[in-house]
Ligand binder design. Structure first.
Ligand code: CP
Ligand code: NVA
Length: 308
């Protein structure tokens, strides 16, 4: 029960395929209550961006493990007054057992991890959203009973969620297709890492055409067209992304048993229609619930929780 004992999770690329499989298995056991774990530790949440799911699911997961959470709102700590990250990290290290950080730059997260010896977890940066993707993979496995021989298509902005999805799919042996407009492709370095992980056993395909990308796919996924921090670009982006909307027409090209995922929050009428998100193929609420189970597994593994 100590597979990831003491480790950081800054990017999905630092997990191996067996480690991801083990986390998903653990999350499933925790969800079905086949396993009860205890860990009397303290997690800090340092979030510089808004959050509903990540904040609440981390908090509830930690409480259910018997631990505690401190919400380190940057506005009421010295972080917002410019205390250097190196200093904050070394101090929090002496109080907490783990720290989940939501911020803008991946570099800032890496600096925290460098200066704090405690495990640091990426709760979303501009580059990645690894905890989201653990829940997504859990949802897919739960629905299809497997992860191999499946294709996931992401249509929309090549953002943090798209980047982590490429890595996650490559790690579990799924094909992944990312369809974005010109200029909004996923991070090139992450694409290369995902391809190296896939090692030609599965495909990581980047394309422009949302229709070609959706043809026969098993999972169709989207996210907002303007992420947190990009709100001022929304009116310029909306017309560019319109062909990438998940609507019934696009969904009809996917496999007839395909499922629809969205990390939420969703902008109905933009990246996804109300009809599709509320439709029978949508698993977005199960997906949101699984954030808690997947993160409980992650915390249990990192913090060395024990069976009771
Ligand atoms: N999907 C997700 O991370 O949601 P929140 O921004 O509400 O945490
Ligand atoms: N790409 C979105 C995800 C929100 C969970 C953002 O970064 O705002």
């Amino acid at each position: 029960m100590a597979a990831l004992n003491g480790r950081d999770l800054l990017t999905l690329a630092e997990l191996s395929s067996p480690e991801v499989q083990e986390l998903l298995h653990l999350a499933t056991q925790l969800k079905s209550q086949q396993l009860n774990l205890r860990c009397h530790k303290i997690l800090g949440l340092l979030f510089s961006k808004a959050s509903t799911r990540t904040r609440v699911s981390f908090t509830v997961a930690m409480y259910q493990l018997g631990g505690q959470v401190i919400d380190l709102n940057p506005n009421v700590t010295q972080v917002s007054r410019g205390e250097p990250v190196q200093d904050t990290a070394r101090v929090l290290d002496r109080y907490l057992d783990a720290l989940a950080i939501r911020t803008f730059a991946q570099d800032e997260l890496e600096t925290f991890a460098k200066y704090a010896q405690i495990p640091v977890i990426n709760a979303l940066t501009d580059l990645e959203h690894p905890c989201q993707i653990l829940a997504d993979l859990m949802t897919i496995q739960e629905h299809f009973g497997q992860l191999t021989n499946l294709t996931l298509t992401y249509v929309g902005d090549g953002n943090n969620v798209a980047n982590s999805l490429m890595l996650g799919c490559a790690l579990v042996g799924m094909n992944v297709r990312i369809a974005t407009p010109n200029g909004y492709e996923p991070n090139v370095t992450v694409v290369e890492k995902a391809r190296a992980i896939a090692n030609n056993k599965t495909q990581v395909t980047i394309l422009k055409d949302p229709y070609a990308a959706t043809e026969g796919t098993h999972v169709i996924y989207t996210d907002v067209w303007a992420s947190m921090g990009q709100e001022s670009q929304a009116s310029d982006r909306n017309p560019i992304f319109q062909p990438y909307q998940i609507n019934t027409q696009l969904l009809s090209l996917a496999d007839k048993d395909a499922i629809v995922l969205h990390c939420l929050p969703a902008h109905r009428g933009e990246e996804i229609t109300n009809e599709v998100i509320e439709g029978s193929q949508s698993l977005v609420w199960e997906q949101a619930e699984n954030r808690m189970h997947a993160q409980k597994a992650l915390l249990a593994s990192i913090l060395g929780a024990e069976e009771f």
